[in-house]
Design a protein around this ligand. Structure first.
Ligand code: HPA
Length: 233
């Protein structure tokens, strides 16, 4: 047991998918895993382990934002020896993206102080290349609209400073989300592999949102890419 996860050692697989929403974790377990076993319900942050195409895979909700995901990822890496962590989430699209597109995050800038608390410099958190390549191959094979590039992991969902968006777009950042910079930095710190795949659920500039009726299909595609990357990478 760790502070926030009640699983016994060995109940969590080497490879884990990390949605922010714990009910999405349940949905992934119900729709993709054979014989899923629930190993966590502390704070209703559900976690499950099952089989996908013969490989043991876990899925764990992380909550929103760096403080929340970093608690779960620290415990998964340090207490449960997880080797590969793939975040499957949503993001706000910036210039060059459309709603429903997938963004595979090569790197993540941030306005959070998280990384500086570890190292007194601007560390450049990056995805694991094999996982990234696996996800890109799967995206090409499926013919979905995808982008590979930079995201920004922001502490403010409701940011009154619109200038930030201009600057990020001018530097080629594709989308906003709230977790990846910490996930990648923690993976580097523990010598593990990480990747984020996210669906553009809303466009930050136009305000356009994916209709609720389509969200499940978009989420399913993203999970398929993540699982393909997990099997291949
Ligand atoms: N900002 C940050 N994170 C997000 C957004 C956003 O607009 N949309 C989905 N996740």
């Amino acid at each position: 047991m760790s502070i926030h996860i009640e699983a016994a050692k060995g109940q969590i697989a080497d490879t884990i998918l990390l949605p922010g929403d714990p009910l999405r974790a349940k949905w992934i377990a119900d729709n993709f895993l054979e014989n899923p076993e629930q190993y966590n319900s502390v704070r209703n942050m559900f976690g499950y382990t099952g089989l996908y195409q013969g490989k043991r895979i876990s899925v764990q909700g992380t909550g929103m934002g760096i403080p929340s995901i970093s608690i779960y990822v620290n415990e998964l890496f340090s207490e449960y020896n997880v080797q590969t962590a793939i975040r499957v989430g949503t993001c706000g699209g910036l210039k060059g993206t459309d709603i429903r597109d997938l963004v595979i995050a090569m790197t993540a800038s941030t306005d959070s102080y998280h990384n500086r608390r570890y190292m007194n410099l601007d560390y450049a958190p990056h995805a694991n290349y094999e996982l990234l390549e696996g996800a890109v191959k799967a995206a090409r094979a499926k013919g979905v609209n995808y982008h590979v590039g930079a995201v920004a992991t922001m502490d403010l969902f409701y940011d009154p400073n619109k200038n930030t968006l201009d600057l990020l777009e001018e530097h080629g950042v594709l989308a906003l989300e709230m977790e990846t910079s910490a996930l990648y930095t923690l993976a580097a710190r523990y010598g593990r592999r990480a990747l984020t795949i996210c669906t553009v659920s809303d466009h930050v500039r136009s305000g356009e949102q994916t209709p609720a009726s389509e969200r499940e299909t978009g989420f399913r595609t993203m999970v398929e890419l993540a699982l393909a990357a997990a099997l291949e990478g």
